[in-house]
Design a protein around this ligand. Structure first.
Ligand code: COA
Length: 402
């Protein structure tokens, strides 16, 4: 188990009672990291549960028909239909955006497809990352030349190398450095802490954390237990030194990262293991999970982590104005916010984007923050929180400055 923590006031500093005075937040008054802006790219195409289930059930019928003799002989198990009611009740998901709808819904393909691009063209993962990053830069009034680093923080990288981050850096025209990092669903929060640490150390003043999540590529669209879970999106978070940030920004009060090894969410795809992911024998080269175990183990771990971290920062968890939680399952978020706030959270306290985006891995809590933070006022305190495979979890406590 590895834990890393950093809070604005430094681990050994005595923190004042809430509200934290802004001038006391800095570990290094010269370099204080804040969130200057965010960006979001949403694919145009979306798949409803009805469309998804119709396609899945056609695949099941086709499979059962093609294997009817083997099924009758007890050699092959008949597949079962999926249901819209189950999906919505078990997960809260009603639709998901995807980059390639038609092939995903084609019962004979059931996987995303697009024309292969040459090495001279911008790759698809970089393309959507650039779109989200451009929006974040625009919202902060920032030019590419002011940015020092790009972290591509996502669950899956399109290739081994060169790093996606370096391609995004080049496409944006940023002079500096970039690298990829993968902590599955917690990639974005881990990226925010990493960026904040670069700012604190004086190694960078402005860092883009880009999370292009093309999760349709790692989802097994033929698996009844999980075919409804994921969607595609890209987010970007601009972490900067307060000295250069726009007047309206988010102070980072403290971040906390935690990992505990678990096989309950796993994907064995990799460069040492190149078997074709669409072969039935190779289902483990796509996303696989023990959903019930994940639910049971992750909810208490994350709720306790939030409460402990709030205590360290001398923030009453019940006073948090808004929770931007990882978007994997509506039931998990209900339980976590109940434990943290002490009452059932309403949509205003814990907004959901899961219904229209599905689980977008590390981008989920950032979409929620991006879409549901404008209305908060100066001094409001909130929490961005991720959790997922690893297990991995990350908290970013923020306070609005407007
Ligand atoms: N349509 C209809 N029924 C389905 C179905 C589908 N698509 N998929 C599964 N079922 C059935 C199962 O066969 C099972 O039936 P049984 O009780 O007769 O055996 C029943 O529904 C319950 O299945 P289960 O997998 O236990 O459902 P669940 O209520 O735990 O919900 C998840 C499944 C995956 C939605 C839920 O566990 C979850 O979201 N967990 C957390 C996941 C998570 O956060 N993962 C992180 C990913 S990064």
């Amino acid at each position: 188990m590895f834990e890393a923590s950093s809070c604005g006031a430094g681990a050994s500093a005595v923190l004042p009672a809430t509200p934290i005075k802004r001038e006391l937040i800095a570990v290094n008054p010269t370099h204080r990291p804040v969130i200057s802006s965010t960006g979001l790219f949403t694919p145009e195409e979306s798949i409803t549960n009805e469309e998804l289930v119709t396609s899945f059930n056609s695949f099941v019928d086709l499979h059962n028909q093609q294997n009817s003799d083997a099924i009758a002989a007890g050699e092959v198990e008949a597949l079962q239909h999926s249901s819209v009611e189950f999906i919505e009740k078990a997960s809260g998901i009603k639709a998901r955006h995807v980059l390639a709808k038609q092939p995903v819904l084609d019962p004979e393909v059931m996987s995303p497809r697009w024309d292969e691009r040459s090495n001279d063209e911008l790759s698809i993962m970089a393309e959507i990352g650039v779109k989200a990053a451009e929006q974040a830069l625009k919202r902060a009034g920032r030019k590419a030349e002011d940015v020092d680093a790009v972290l591509c923080a996502a669950s899956n990288m399109q290739r081994a190398y060169p790093a996606m981050a370096i391609e995004i850096q080049q496409a944006l025209g940023i002079d500096g450095f970039g690298f990829d990092m993968n902590v599955a669903c917690s990639s974005a929060t881990f990226g925010i802490q990493t960026a904040a640490d670069y700012v604190r150390a004086g190694n960078a003043r402005s860092v883009l954390v880009v999370s292009p999540e093309i999760t349709s590529g790692h989802l097994n669209w033929r698996d009844r237990d999980s075919h409804f879970i994921f969607g595609d999106v890209a987010t970007a978070v601009l972490v900067e030194d307060a000295a250069m940030a726009p007047a309206s920004h988010w102070d980072i009060l403290g971040t906390k990262l935690k990992t505990v090894f678990s096989n309950n969410i796993r994907n064995n795809f990799g460069f040492l293991n190149r078997a074709h992911p669409e072969s039935a024998d190779n289902a483990d080269k796509l996303f696989v999970q023990e959903g019930r175990k994940v639910f049971k183990e992750v909810v208490p771990m994350v709720a306790q982590m939030i409460i402990d971290e709030a205590e360290k920062l001398q923030i009453d968890p019940a006073s948090l104005r808004r929770l931007w939680l990882h978007q994997a399952n509506a039931g998990m978020n209900r339980l976590i916010s109940q434990r943290v706030l002490g009452h059932e959270a309403n949509d205003d306290e814990s907004p959901t984007v899961l219904d229209t985006y599905g689980n977008t891995s590390s981008a989920g809590s950032i979409i929620a923050f991006h879409q549901h933070s404008e209305d908060l006022v100066d001094g409001d305190t909130g929490l961005i929180c991720s959790f997922g495979a690893g297990y991995s979890a990350g908290t970013v406590f923020v306070r609005k400055v407007a």
